[in-house]
Design a binder for this molecule. Structure first.
Ligand code: FMN
Length: 342
């Protein structure tokens, strides 16, 4: 997940709990809510009213940066039921109530822009247990084609192959991304947007050679496979500006001892630019503190934040600056151990 880091500053206390100026936002600390799909939207992909309460809780420490759940840029880009969208007036109005609630707490929020590609395809060859769960999630009577970078399904046994997007359709996606970004920022009041370029969804389907076997300028070299994602970034940048644009990408997971993903920090922060990098995935309290102390940036928490909402940061000072960090959960889970900093 990318937006940038000057080196961690440790003037006093824990760098993770120091303020940061990210785009137009002044964050009071560097703990971020990672985007978390909750499947709480109705048939028209409008979030249920209860979601406002949920995000208010996550925003309850002033100066917190939230990244709201993956949200469909258009109906055609979807295929899951119960996930939110950002193309209709009703969807935008509901999101606006939510951003207003977050801002009223003094916190900030980006919306994650999502196109599913072939992850939306119904699977017919899977275990009945899993099928039941997926059928609940797959939008009944989805009226559009299942599409991807090419005709490779997620599961090789899947009888239904996605259809590769044509060049004209790719260009249409850029327009949807741009409109969705404008709807989010100008319509719904988000502080910015985060393009979902990870987890095997459409942008990632172009990135990865195992899902991209196209025959045109979008396949082959790294530059070609990155083309779709970069052109999406361009479209969104033009729509809402660079200070309000972020992209989430996956790098390597489960690295062997001695290897790390720090090359991405070096690439991203070279030439003294002022971009921020948010890292996420399996952070414990101690590793998050150590990472920001030594390497700068911000750290996003998913499950631990979800489980703790307004107790993630416990404020004690009069101006509500966080002075304590609590992450509480099952001791067996390395992500979650009961801690109290300072
Ligand atoms: C229930 C759930 C929903 C998620 N939904 C999204 C999502 O909408 N977009 C996204 O980029 N990542 C999503 N993720 C991944 C999280 O953002 C995060 O990277 C992951 O939980 C690892 O961080 P953690 O170890 O702190 O939980 C989801 C994870 C979970 C557990």
């Amino acid at each position: 997940m990318v937006i940038a880091p000057p080196p961690a500053q440790t003037a006093s206390g824990v760098a993770l709990l120091q303020p940061a100026h990210v785009g137009y936002m002044t964050l009071k600390h560097r703990v971020v809510l990672a985007p978390l799909t909750r499947m709480r939207a109705d048939k028209a992909h409008v979030l249920h009213p209860i979601v406002k309460e949920y995000y208010s809780q996550q925003a309850s420490i002033p100066g917190t940066f939230l990244i709201a759940e993956a949200t469909l840029i258009s109906h055609q880009a979807g295929g899951y039921a119960h996930v939110p969208g950002i193309w209709s007036n009703e969807q935008i109005s509901r999101w606006k109530e939510i951003t207003q609630a977050i801002h009223s707490k003094g916190s900030f929020v980006y919306l994650q822009l999502w196109a599913q590609g072939c992850t939306a395809a119904p699977r017919k060859h899977i275990q009945p247990e899993l099928l039941r769960r997926l059928v609940d999630n797959v939008e009944p009577n989805f009226p559009y084609d299942f599409v991807s970078a090419s005709d490779i399904p997620i599961n090789p046994d899947d009888p239904q192959k996605p259809r590769p997007l044509t060049i004209d359709e790719i260009k249409e996606y850029y327009k949807w991304y741009a409109t969705a970004a404008k709807n989010a920022v100008e319509g719904a009041g988000f502080d910015g947007v985060d393009i979902h370029g990870a987890s095997g969804y459409l942008v990632d389907q172009f990135f990865q050679d195992m899902s991209n076997s196209r025959m045109d300028e979008y396949r082959g070299s790294v530059e070609n496979r990155a083309r779709f994602g970069l052109e999406v970034v361009d479209a969104v940048l033009k729509a809402v500006g660079p200070e309000k644009t972020a992209i989430r990408i996956n790098i390597k997971e489960n690295l062997p001892d001695g290897e790390d993903n720090d090359f991405i920090r070096e690439i991203w922060t070279q030439e003294g630019n002022s971009r921020w990098l948010i890292s996420a995935g399996g952070y414990s309290r101690d590793i998050a503190i150590q990472t920001v102390e030594q390497k700068g940036g911000l750290v996003a928490f998913g499950r631990a934040f979800l489980a703790n909402a307004n107790i993630l940061l416990v404020t004690t000072s009069s101006d509500s600056s966080p002075t304590k960090l609590h992450i509480t959960a099952r001791p067996s889970d390395p992500v979650r151990a009961k801690h109290s900093a300072q």
